[in-house]
Ligand binder design. Sequence first.
Ligand code: HRO
Length: 310
Amino acid sequence: IDLSVTWLGQTMPGCLYNASGVWCREEGELEALHASAAAAVITKSATLTPRDGNPEPRYCRTPLGSINSMGLPNRGFDYYLDYARRYRYGSGKPLFLSLSGLSLDDNCAMLRRLAEEGLPAVPEVNLSCPNVPGKPQLGYDFAATAEALEAFDAAYSGLYGVKLPPYFDPAHFAAMAEILNRHPRLAFVTCINSIGNGLVVDIDSEAVVIKPKDGLGGLGGDYVLPTALANVREFFRLLPGKDVVGCGGVKSGREAFMHILAGARAVQVGTCLYHEGPGAFSRIAGELAMLMRVKGYRSLDAFRGRLRTL
Ligand SMILES: O=C(O)c1[nH]c(=O)[nH]c(=O)c1Cl
């Protein structure tokens, strides 16, 4: 059973890696991911300067997944760039740098700095953080997204990707695809980020469960799987020549299989990784391989994007 994935001019040994934000803020966490069965590593979304993030409690696990309003806590761009300078690219596991500047200028400054370094690390620009008070998700503003992508192309001459928020309307899928398809070096989109601004209520305390934004936070886990699959399948159809990375609701080989069937080139794991740790990757990969064996598939190419309609 071959779980390898060839994209971005390289072949990685498997198809699973972390969702940005989970188990990836500190170098020790990143090294643990690299040492695990994860096939790639992506860093916590970086801002130009370090951030403490939102007041706690800012993350809560629920029976169906998670809610978070971390507020972009991170060590700052220089910390992750330094890690990228020392990363062992020869391992065959790509390194992605998630960038989430608080302004277009910040995103372009980080992209320009990364371009100057000439490192193999691939940027994934986050258009979808839902948890910085006062900062709407860029990906929901089509004009601003169009402007940003033009600026990214000018700031960075290599291949890059974007992390998209979930969309919920065919008109929005079409509008975003029209914008994204203008950019040949935009090599992939990662669908989806958390479903923003959900509200989890604790009926015992009769209170919300996280402090920021009076309890509003991004949802992950079982809550988001159908929405994630829809975004993967729609953008797989609408973005010829680009890759779609599936993210959302993956907790076993089953959901990984669903994402790939929907068109995902590779699959990210967030909420499940937060709770299980990097051992999740070998478990999920084993479950995926077993599922493929039962179904008679020897590689991901044998079923990627082959979701049947009725
Ligand atoms: O609050 C966060 O740090 C956060 N949380 C998310 O669920 N998605 C993001 O992109 C970010 Cl940047």
